[in-house]
Design a protein around this ligand. Structure first.
Ligand code: COA
Ligand code: AMP
Length: 638
């Protein structure tokens, strides 16, 4: 069946389509009901099915005789370690950890936060939770204690699993004190904190709630997988929204398992037994779906990479790993390729490695500029496939479904709608846009299996954030258009979410932090184009009358408070003082206008602006500080 036929089948009769796909995984109880609705009329998949994702990821392969196949390849240039775990070894450790967690009082339906660097124990912790029905919430290690505390108070974990430390290039990041600080800041108190001691010399302050990871594993018996209902939440993953408060995306178990198996085979076209590498972090959705659950369910060896594309030790790291572990397909964010290209423009490192195992390069997480794509293909002539999805979907929504039919690649496009996603481009009024006309990217309900079930304990935000804009459709928050051949192009977010080096962050949240500084009367944080990171935040601030604070002092203090409250990963480095912000006559700050000025894009002066002369004022400040398009070094992208 070709792509068009297969896709049409999934849209015309989703129930039948996903009933068939569900047979690709093993269930304790096969679902009789494929598609139904919850009390609010929202689609539910496989509601009477029973399964366990840890079983599908580990135990099943051992039962099928693949216990000696490598499940995890841990490659850590920052600690100069390579360690492999077979499916049998991984299962033993996970089953003991799960047994230990049960002895510590954890049971089905409890929540646990995992705050760890990129080490196999992070994946073991996720799988141990899945084994016993504990709902995990992995928090990206780059977030500061304040962010961790917000998540602790929202999902109220009974347990936190962490490590003594992580290494960021050459800096030791002491995770345990950060966890202690977050617990101090939060109102909710977890009962236990399991600490994996990496023995890298970090201080591990002892608290009464601490338990040693090794002691838990070695002192426990293996516990079996618990059959779980398909709609049992596997995890909560917080992601940035348009307010200061992150959104806890809830993922189900059954739909997700089917969707991931489907993705590995029909989108990524990865055979069982192959080596798959997603160079991301377990703290992001890519890590959940394509470092941990997807490849393992598909019996692939998955690479856990603790390093960066550059600086660990140089821009050859990706190529070394591909050669050494014979990686068959890899997934990364365009930022990583841009970083490599900047360090190694002629691809000299690439020539030193045998990359013949690598058949496909997948890119996602942010817009991929044409220059980066062209550079990649010039040096590595394999298909570089851009594709689009979100934390909310959990798996690709628009792609080139290589396991069905390889469609011609159109540079700049993220491909065509994936089976199950009836993607439309809507104008403001909810009418379908013409070909090549920009609009909002929406998806007709029902969303396919594996997509978000709800927002954790916040169904009203779920409805208002995704379902109320266009009744009957999921609102993605992205803008885009379709061309005459139904290829889709993503033009960027239409809200306050920005993408910094593939990390999704909220400018509204940054604004709240900046506004809390005692010298600030008013501020706006906007995302502007950056040659390396795709986007970076820029704070435009108006100081209080007669405050007299120097620019460099204010910039230092604001940068510091953002690192402290949100985390270094926010990469807010530019703060400019302006006399006033552009506003409409009704007082609304014109952020889009400032973005266009900074990015050097053509713009129309909004008819609602209160005073046009401010445009030149803003431009003058950006020129003075050489920001955005006025920064001569910001050219890699062009
Ligand atoms: N724990 C603690 N701190 C972290 C962190 C983590 N897991 N991840 C990032 N940080 C810190 C970094 O140490 C850095 O701190 P600094 O300002 O004190 O140096 C800051 O956050 C910014 O990090 P990053 O954006 O990673 O910048 P970098 O200069 O270290 O590296 C790139 C630049 C482009 C190489 C890097 O951003 C990169 O590899 N990007 C690709 C990201 C990616 O794959 N995303 C996938 C999402 S699908
Ligand atoms: P996240 O939820 O962190 O995965 O971020 C999802 C957002 O990243 C999307 O809403 C898009 O704005 C952006 N994004 C992801 N993939 C792409 C892509 N291939 N091209 C352009 N933007 C992308």
């Amino acid at each position: 069946m070709n792509y068009n036929e297969y896709y049409a089948k999934s849209i015309v009769n989703p129930g039948e389509f996903w009933k068939e796909e569900a047979t690709a995984i093993e269930w304790y109880n096969k679902p009789e009901i494929t598609l139904s609705e919850d009390d609010n009329g929202y689609p539910l998949w496989y509601k009477d099915g029973e399964l366990n994702l840890c079983y599908l990821a580990l135990d099943k392969h051992i039962e099928d005789g693949h216990g000696d196949q490598v499940a995890f390849i841990y490659d850590s240039p920052v600690t100069q370690t390579i360690r492999k775990y077979t499916f049998s070894e991984a299962k033993t450790e996970v089953a003991k950890l799960a047994g230990g967690m049960q002895s510590l009082g954890m049971k089905k339906g409890d929540t646990a936060i995992i705050y760890m660097p990129m080490i196999p124990q992070a994946a073991f912790a996720m799988l141990a939770c899945a084994r016993i029905g504990v709902i995990h919430s992995v928090v990206f290690g780059g977030f500061a204690p304040h962010e961790l505390a917000i998540r602790i108070d929202d999902c109220k974990p009974r347990m936190i699993i962490t490590a003594s430390s992580g290494i960021e290039v050459d800096k030791l990041i002491t995770y345990k004190p950060l966890v202690d600080e977050a617990i101090e800041l939060a109102s909710h108190r977890p009962k236990k904190v399991i600490v994996f001691n990496r023995k890298l010399g970090a201080r591990i302050p002892f608290k009464k709630y601490d338990v040693d990871y090794d002691a838990v594993v070695y002192g426990s018996r293996e516990t079996p997988c618990i059959p779980l209902n398909a709609t049992h939440p596997l995890y909560i993953l917080y992601t940035s929204g348009t307010t200061g408060k992150p959104k806890g995306v809830v993922r189900d178990t059954g739909g997700y398992a089917v969707a991931l198996k489907f993705s590995m085979q029909k989108i990524y076209n990865i055979k069982e037994g192959a080596v798959f590498w997603a160079a991301s972090d377990v703290g992001w959705v890519v890590g959940h779906s394509f470092i941990v659950y997807g490849p393992l369910i598909n019996r692939n060896s998955t690479v856990i990479f603790e390093g960066k594309p550059i600086k660990t030790p140089d821009a050859s790291t990706f190529w070394r790993i591909i050669e050494k572990h014979k990686v068959n397909a890899m997934f990364t964010a365009p930022t990583a390729i841009r970083a490599i290209r900047k360090e190694d423009p002629n691809g000299d490192f690439i020539k030193q490695y045998d990359l013949s195992s690598l058949k496909t390069q997948f890119l996602a997480g942010e817009r991929c500029d044409l220059a980066t794509l062209a550079w990649y293909n010039q040096h590595i002539p394999i298909p570089a496939i851009d594709h689009w999805w979100q934390t909310e979907s959990g798996w690709p929504m628009i792609a080139n479904m290589l396991g069905v039919e390889t469609l011609p690649i159109k540079p700049g496009s993220v491909g065509k709608a994936v089976c199950g996603y009836d993607i439309k481009i809507f104008d403001e009024e909810g009418n379908e846009a013409q070909a090549n006309q920009q609009g909002y990217v929406v998806v007709k309900l029902p969303l396919p299996p594996g997509t978000l079930l709800d927002l954790w304990k916040d169904n009203s935000r779920f409805n208002s954030g995704y379902l109320e804009q266009y009744p009957g459709y999921y609102f993605s928050g992205d803008g885009g258009y379709k061309d005459d051949d139904d290829y889709i192009y993503i033009t960027g977010r239409v809200d306050d979410v920005i993408n910094v080096a593939g990390h999704r962050l909220s400018t509204a949240e940054m604004e709240e932090v900046v506004a809390s500084h005692q010298s600030i009367a008013e501020c706006a944080v906007i995302g502007i184009n950056d040659a390396l990171r795709g986007q970076i935040p820029l704070a435009l601030v108006v100081t209080k009358l007669n405050d007299g604070i120097e620019h460099f002092q204010l910039e230092y203090e604001i940068t510091h408070v953002i690192r402290q409250q949100i985390g270094a990963v926010a990469s807010l480095r530019n703060v400019v003082i302006v006399n006033r912000l552009p506003k409409t006559r009704s007082g609304k700050i014109l952020r889009k206008l400032m973005r266009s000025i900074a990015d050097g894009e053509e713009f129309q002066i909004p008819s609602t602006i209160d005073d046009e002369t401010i445009i030149d004022e803003i431009k003058a400040v950006l020129i003075k500080y050489e920001i955005g398009t006025f920064n001569k070094n910001n050219t890699l992208n062009k």
